[in-house]
Every structure is written in structure tokens, then in C-alpha cells.
Ligand binder design. Sequence first.
Ligand SMILES: Nc1ncnc2c1ncn2[C@@H]1O[C@H](COP(=O)(O)OP(=O)(O)OP(=O)(O)O)[C@@H](O)[C@H]1O
Ligand SMILES: [Mg+2]
Length: 403
Amino acid sequence: MTGSQQPFPLKPNVGAQLSPHQIVGRDGTILQARQLLLDGHNLVINDPRRLGKSCMLERLANEPGDGMVVLLRSYQDVRTSTHLIHQLLRQLKQHQGFKKRFAGALSSLFDKASLRVGYDDVTISLAANQQHRRPVDVLHEMLEAVDNALEGEGELLVLAIDEITECINNIANGEGGADEVATVLQTMQQGRKEFRNIRWILTGSIGFHHVIRYGTDTTEAVIGDLKNLPLGPLSREDAGFLTHCLALGIDRTFSGAAVDAMFTCSDGIPFLIQALASGIRDSTTSQTTVTAKLVEAAFATYISDRDESRAFEHFVSRLDTYYPDPLRSRAIKLLDHTSQQPSTPLTKVYELLAAGTPSCDKQDAVELLKALMDDHYLVRDGSDIRWRYPILARIWREKQMLP
Ligand SMILES: Nc1ncnc2c1ncn2[C@@H]1O[C@H](COP(=O)(O)OP(=O)(O)OP(=O)(O)O)[C@@H](O)[C@H]1O
Ligand SMILES: [Mg+2]
């Protein structure tokens, strides 16, 4: 889209819901996702927060291309496996052909009112003769009914489940605990194997591997069949296009160097590009042409302003939630250290962790490194470790009051 398209005015939108036309770039990722789905793969998108996962899915759902319907729904608030079934039904009801195609096939599982379309908040309940059954059995049968209804229609149904890791984490912390989560994940995996007319895209900003390793009674094999769809930040070209659109939206002209600075300062993270444009719009300067210097000043203001940059607070706070002690204190120690270096030799990492209290042996250090890599904080570069996104290391230093 960006290659031939002319920039159009876009008002900065920092973190709120975007309509599909406001979501720019990602053409390559969308094509890749489509091809992988058509080839029979199920996908996982596991990038850190604010990288634009939901936006990319929104565009894919809006322009899925021939032979494919993509239904997108957030599972963030799902807390039990029964609730998960309800959410899946709501998601299926987003399909334009729900009434004709699926309502009949699902009528033995849900009560009649639940299958009515148009009232998203209608209370959903299972049919009376289903209520004693294990929710995962109902889930399996539900998917089977949908798959059968799609047979011979020449249409793939893609269920894009946003924030699945939060859902998994919620269920793990609820009554059913780790055991219930394991059954849900196994049932979902079984469904992926069995039902050929349905594909899945699972997305979450907490590392999936991490949640499974520390919160459930199962192993990472339950997601081993999913293909990773790397999203990453916007390319330089897409980031430039977004900057040009935002420049029109805030009625400013950006010099070539300023466009480059928007990319360099943000590391291509679209949320930051939006935040910088918003900061520049609100700055008191009378300059109409935005220079690289002005972009850098807006960036410095943004990351040092605790309220403005609160969206990134989770890089610090989520360790409290997802890393049980002593993992947490070790993680903080390692992240503090590595955020202040361009890269850190692995030997130094082991040394640093071994010197902590309680001391950390080599195997525990390897486990910690794996968790921080799966969670996208760190990457391995030969025999060194470094932050995946230098900009996030800088934000970490700011949040942790480090020099
Ligand atoms: N392709 C894009 N075009 C324009 N703006 C974007 C794009 N992608 C992301 N953004 C900006 O970044 C913000 C965050 O994007 P999004 O909600 O998709 O991220 P996310 O990875 O799903 O984050 P989270 O993990 O917190 O759910 C959006 O509200 C918007 O301001
Ligand atoms: Mg999201």
C-alpha cells in the first residue's frame, strides 16, 4: 500500500482504537500471514506491547483477500474456559453469514437466545443438556460444528485471538488453575490438527512460552505447531510514510532529516511515532518546519515525562506479575546492567548472576535468559547479550532511574 500511495492527513492517535484506514504499512506482513494461512499454518504473533499487533490484525480482518474471512476479538477479559466458549461464540457472530451458516450447527450446544445476532452483550448460556459437560468438550464440539458448516464452501475461517496470553494467565490464576489451562491449550491444539477449514492466529504481548512455562501444568509442546509471524517495528519506509501522513495531520512540514530522526528516535515503533507527532503538535514552538533537533527534543521530553510515557511502564511492572521471585530480582539486576551497555558478554552475565543473593547457578541463569529472550527484552548476538530494541533499553533506564 505505502509504495504507490500518496500520504494523507492523519491526526496523531496515541494508543486509542484506530479505524482500518488509519493503520498504515504492514503490507509485507499481511501478505506473508495470508500465504502462511493458505498454506495450512496456524500463527502466533508474540511481539512486545505497542508494536502494532492489534493494528496489523485489524487491517488483515478488514482486507483478508479472497477465500478467507478473518474474525478478530480480544480475549483479554476471559477468565474461565466457559467464558472462553462464550467469547468464541461472540466472535463467530461477527461473521456476516453467522445466522445462515453457523447458528443451526450450534443450536444443540447453546440456548436459543444466545444465537441471536446483533446483541453483542446478550448473555450467552449453554443449552440445558450441555451444562454438566466439561467446557473443553463443548469447545471441541463447537469447533467441529463450525468446521463441518464450512466444508465445501471454499472459504477459510481465520480466528484471530488477541491477548490470548492474558486469557491463559487469567485462567491459570483462577479456580481451575494450571490444570484447566493445560486442558484448554491441549483442546485448542487438537482442534488445530483436526479442523482443516479453520485457522488460528494467536497474539499476546506477554511471552506465550513464558506464561506456559511458569503458569501452567503443561509444556511448550502445546504451541509447538504454531508458526511464529515476526512483526517487529515498522520498516524505515512505512515509518517514513506514517510520519508524512502525521505531518499533514498536524499541519507541519518535516525536513528530510526530521523524517529520519522520527525513525531513529522511535526505532520504528509506531506507537512512539504517534506520540512524537502528538508532542510536536502540542509543543509551543513557532517553527512550522520540523527539524531533526525538534524531533529529538520531543523524544527527550516524552521519555522523561512519567505520565506521558506510562504506556511503557509495563516493561518494569510486568516482571512483578510474571516472574516469581527470585527470578524477578535476578531479571531486574540483569536488565539494569544490560540496559546500560550496547552489549554484554555471556561470561559477564553468568558472573553477575552468580554474584547475586541468593547465588544463581549456570542452569538457573540459562532459564532466566531464555525467559527474557522469549519476552523480547534481550537477544543473543554471538557470545554477547543485548537488548532487542535499544529504544526500550533507554526507556528502561529512564523508568529505573539509571544513568
Ligand atoms: N500500522 C500502524 N499505523 C499507525 N499507527 C499504528 C500502527 N500500528 C500501531 N500504531 C500505533 O501504536 C498504537 C499501539 O498499537 P497496537 O494496539 O496495535 O499495539 P499492540 O502491539 O497490539 O499493543 P498491546 O500489546 O499493548 O496490545 C496504536 O494505538 C497506534 O497509535
Ligand atoms: Mg494489542
